[in-house]
Design a protein around this ligand. Structure first.
Ligand code: PHE
Length: 355
């Protein structure tokens, strides 16, 4: 028997005995690689006479065929064996119930957004949304914010483009303009969402949440604003009586403008909301500036109304006694398990907001 025949039989045996795809890879290269059996044999043909060349070449080709067929069979056998092995090991009965069932929790921020939306929907506000990545026009210009306003500073605002035309919205107020441009008055909406400012300490995070409110109609006054916010705060803190005050303030997009504080006191290291002689700021508000109405294609001689912007995270901290805002966004499962809410317990005014 020639060396070639011997080597071929050896390889055939190896193929038959191969136990896994790694072994097959090695044998495959011994047969078919550049210096493997078949190519080395073809290389030798050059020195033979034409007659012999024909004979030997046909022998090599037959061997090549044989080995290829054997290899392919082996590959498919091994593959199905490997699958059978895996299936044997994975003895999972998918019909059994979950052994280690963990109930997810609703984040306090999501809970508070649901609570606030529910409170406002009770008095006819619908929910709107706007984009986080906003244009400089909707975030500032349309809201009557002058070119040199401190909020536009690079230190406070995250700009996305160098030409300062696109940014992460610094408040939810651009949704006021977007909503008014989309429809016709009257408007009565709230718009919760993420907002961004370059700030970080115990009560500030670069991303935080606000809820914008807007009510535009004929003959809406500051009295309506006060009544609306008073109702909201009492409902939110689930109290019959709450101390609150309007403090004059300034926003370019409202005139007059105010900030709202609620009264509180500290008792045994705990914060008691609604009474006491300390004040805590929770929102900004005012009567929508005529320029904002004009920019939103609403006639300020016919329509007017109020807007407010509530800091959602701060309300969540107050209501649920969480004292570091940064912990909200650390994604610590233990924290969420402790402060989170039952996903099936959707807040409504009828069933109770948080109880
Ligand atoms: N957008 C203001 C802020 O982020 C809050 C606000 C909203 C004030 C609506 C007045 C009217 O501080």
């Amino acid at each position: 028997m020639s060396d070639f025949e011997k080597f071929k039989d050896e390889l055939k045996n190896k193929l038959i005995k191969a136990k896994d795809s790694k072994e097959l890879d090695v044998i495959r290269s011994e047969i078919f690689s550049k210096n493997g059996l078949i190519n080395s044999e073809f290389k030798k043909l050059g020195s033979l006479s034409p007659e012999e060349k024909k004979k030997v070449a046909s022998k090599i080709n037959t061997a090549k065929q044989e080995l290829t067929t054997l290899l392919n069979e082996k590959v498919s056998n091994l593959q199905s064996n490997e699958i059978d092995e895996r299936v044997k090991k994975e003895k999972n009965d998918v019909t059994l119930p979950e052994k280690d069932f963990k109930i997810g929790k609703i984040h306090p921020v999501s809970q508070v957004i649901d609570e606030i939306s529910s409170i406002f929907s009770e008095i006819g506000f619908s929910v709107e949304e706007g984009p986080d990545v906003e244009s400089e026009y909707y975030n500032f210009t349309a809201l009557n914010t002058p070119e040199n306003h401190p909020a536009k500073d690079m230190h406070d605002t995250f700009y996305i483009e160098e030409n300062m035309k696109t940014l992460l919205r610094t408040h939810t107020s651009p949704v006021q303009v977007r909503t008014m441009l989309k429809g016709k008055p009257p408007f009565k909406i709230v718009a919760p969402g993420r907002t961004y400012r370059s700030d970080s300490d115990q009560t500030h995070t670069p991303m935080f949440h606000q809820l914008e409110g807007l009510h535009i109609d004929k003959n809406i006054t500051m009295g309506h604003l006060k009544g609306c916010l008073n109702y909201f705060i009492k409902e939110f803190f689930e109290l019959d009586q709450i101390k609150m005050r309007f403090r004059p303030s300034h926003f370019p997009f409202t005139e007059p403008s105010a900030e709202v504080d609620i009264g509180y006191r500290i008792e045994n290291n705990k914060i008691i909301i609604g009474e006491g002689d300390k004040w805590l700021e929770i929102l900004g508000c005012g009567m929508v500036h005529p320029n904002v109405l004009k920019n939103s294609k609403v006639d300020p001689n016919k329509y007017q109304g109020f807007a407010f912007g509530i800091g959602i995270d701060r309300l969540a901290m107050l209501k649920y006694g969480i004292n570091d805002l940064r912990s909200f966004f650390e994604c610590d499962y233990r924290w969420l398990n402790y402060y989170g809410f039952d996903p099936l317990d959707v807040p409504t005014n009828y069933r109770g907001l948080s109880k």
